[in-house]
Design a protein around this ligand. Structure first.
Ligand code: FDP
Length: 329
């Protein structure tokens, strides 16, 4: 079986980028170990702090963030990092070629109930100028500029799903040797699906287009979509996207009016962009409803975005509800 480094070399990934990815995985293996220890390590529960998004930080959010931040900032090829858990971007090496953004522990409300969580990462090329990684402006590039994106899913087994722009591969952590080994090549999202994932408790706050689509799904065979739908909501984006990569589906965290100043709940640079690159590299689609997520120009490292992604034909049906935009593929 091929190891991660062999797959990256076969894909023609530069030695520098390979080292950045491998260091990201060193941190993720440590996170996986700590999650596995759970209560025994005394690291479950909340801290007294909130992150810049106003969310209470779990102890493991902070530990995972520190692991990724420390290892990546020490990597000579990393110019800077941006994290969902950090107020500002952090400088690495002034002449580093890459910028890494990450959500260290996505779905962290699941930690205390021992359900799946994940780490999401996105890698961009750093602009070749005198600015350093603590200048957030260097990070403000749309998702279509990503050179790599991936997630690690900490579930019954620890999985890495990633792309460097040549399709999407799935690796499983072999805990006997501490290596990620290739277990599925070239994942493909089915074009059609009858399974949707959305937090239905927010229904009354959605825009009319989204209300309409879900109403149509709920009508099943008798409705305009003509099929019976199933629903799933793990409340962990990594787990939802993984399910979609394995058996198809559509995941939505749309705009809602609970806080009209926020474009959505999910973060563009830590969640929307990397997950869109993975899903689109696997033949799926991603959209805000009105434009391709990866075409959104970020104004701030912590920008939020409405997210609709998954099986191509189903995402196309949802964006058709919004009416004024046709997805690229
Ligand atoms: P969490 O807040 O627990 O980190 O990243 C945000 C996220 O989880 C996603 O992983 C998940 O899909 C979503 O929020 C869950 O949102 P709800 O709390 O609305 O269910």
């Amino acid at each position: 079986m091929k190891r991660l480094d062999q797959v990256l070399s076969n894909d023609g990934v530069s030695a520098e980028l390979e080292l950045v990815i491998k260091d990201t995985m060193v941190a993720c293996k440590d996170i996986a170990y700590k999650l596995g220890q759970g209560e025994l390590a005394g690291i479950l529960g909340a801290t007294e702090d909130e992150n810049i998004q106003g969310e209470t930080q779990k102890m493991l959010d902070v530990i995972s963030n520190d692991l990724l931040k420390d290892i990546l900032c020490a990597n000579p090829y990393v110019k800077g990092v941006g994290s969902e858990e950090e107020d500002y971007t952090i400088a690495g090496h002034a002449d580093g070629k890459y910028l890494v953004t990450f959500d260290p522990l996505d779905g962290s409300s699941n930690i205390d109930v021992n359900l799946s969580v994940g780490t999401i990462f996105s890698i961009l090329e750093a602009p070749n100028d005198n600015r350093t990684g603590d200048d957030q402006a260097v990070f403000l590039q749309p998702g279509n500029k990503q050179v790599a994106a991936g997630y690690v899913l900490y579930g019954p087994s620890t999985l890495l799903v990633m792309t460097t722009g040549k399709g999407v591969n799935l690796f499983t952590l072999d805990t006997n040797v501490g290596e990620f080994v290739l277990t599925k090549e070239q994942l493909k999202v089915t074009e059609d699906t009858a399974e949707f994932a959305i937090n239905m408790s927010n229904q009354r706050f959605w825009e009319p287009e989204m209300q309409q689509y879900i109403d149509d799904c709920l009508q099943g065979e008798e409705g305009p979509l003509g099929k019976r739908y199933n629903m799933r909501w793990v409340a962990s984006m990594v787990a939802e996207v993984h399910r979609i990569l394995i058996r198809g589906g559509i995941f939505m965290y749309p705009y809602d009016s609970r806080d009209p100043t926020k474009a959505g709940k999910l973060r563009l640079m830590y969640e929307g962009n990397p997950m869109s690159m993975i899903v689109e590299q696997a033949g799926g689609l991603s959209s805000t409803g009105r434009m391709c997520i990866m075409d959104v120009e970020p104004k701030d490292i912590h920008d939020r975005v409405p997210v609709i992604l998954g099986s191509k034909n189903e995402v196309t049906k949802v964006v058709a509800m919004f009416g004024d935009y046709i997805p690229k593929k």
